[in-house]
Ligand binder design. Sequence first.
Ligand SMILES: [Zn+2]
Length: 161
Amino acid sequence: MDILAHPNPALKQTSSAVDPGADADLPRLVKVMARAMYDAPGIGLAAPQIGVLKRVFIFDIDDQLGVVCNPVIIERSEETEVDDEGCLSLPGISVPVERSVRVVCEGLDIKGSPVRIEGSDLVARMLQHETDHLDGVLIIDRATPEERRAAMRRYMESAGR
Ligand SMILES: [Zn+2]
């Protein structure tokens, strides 16, 4: 399964909530997503990046696959940090993005049990990045207009578009 690249319209859509207990396709979806993420390789992947508009993302930062369905960032630190961020759907570029340094994300696991992830730094950045995907928001949408223009120029050049 190929990871969709910007400007694929699926990446701009708002994804729908899932019911892990009732969604029989979920285990297969997670398996396909995991293969795509590890092949890339990346540390996180959201379902719309493979064209499935469901509120599911996966991640692996500490050699353990995590799955979050219907994630909501319920707390975020006022303290923020700007750092270069990449995205598997914008191969070849990174963009400075301001994110909260610490967040708490709640959702459901693949069986429908509640999950709560408290993360800082890279984990916090990943949680905000992947949750953004489920609302059709990409890193270029978080950049300043000048940074966005410069990034898109690099993107077009690197892809030979
Ligand atoms: Zn991404």
